[in-house]
Design a binder for this molecule. Structure first.
Ligand code: FES
Length: 161
């Protein structure tokens, strides 16, 4: 890979190859304000070199399962005209570590609930915490509508998410 001068402006194709990000994704990130380009005289997008660092941060956030909204929120604290400093990256990664820990705790609780269902099959809205966390359905009367609404097949035979 060629060396890039600090003030060099990079074509979108180069940024895509160098960062491993699709051109369409780069355009989308720019639309969402995650990265910023300037325009050449003929209207082509040109990205400052520090965009590669911001893209690395975006890729890291996606790798740990963060949404673009979460990543965008994080990067909103870093001015768009430069890469995150080491101190900023330390703060960002510490925030993300807390989000990952919270997600792990949620998944652990879900796994515990699911293990209680193995071999049970009751699908009880009164007893099964997987279908009815904290018995939230009790206030709406009897019936299995919650389970059906979560797993009803669509007209294409797919299950709703
Ligand atoms: S299916 Fe019986 S407890 Fe979940």
């Amino acid at each position: 890979m060629p060396r890039i001068a600090p003030d060099e402006l990079l074509a979108i194709g180069f940024v895509a190859r160098r960062s491993g990000t699709r051109v369409s994704a780069l355009r989308y990130y720019e639309e969402r304000g995650l990265i910023r380009a300037v325009r050449s005289e003929i209207g082509r997008r040109l990205f400052p070199r520090h965009t590669l660092r911001r893209l690395a941060v975006i890729a890291a956030g996606q790798r740990i399962g963060l949404s673009l909204e979460q990543i965008s929120s994080t990067l909103s604290g870093v001015p768009a005209d430069r890469a995150p400093t080491q101190r900023e990256w330390t703060r960002i990664s510490a925030d993300w570590a807390r989000l990952v820990a919270a997600r792990i705790a949620e998944l652990q609780a879900l796994q515990n609930d699911l293990e209680g269902c193995i071999g049970c099959g009751c699908l009880s809205l009164g007893r099964c915490t997987l279908f009815n966390p904290s018995d939230a359905a009790a206030s709406e009367g009897p019936g299995s509508r919650w389970v059906r609404s979560a797993s009803a097949p669509t007209s294409t035979g797919q299950t709703k998410p």
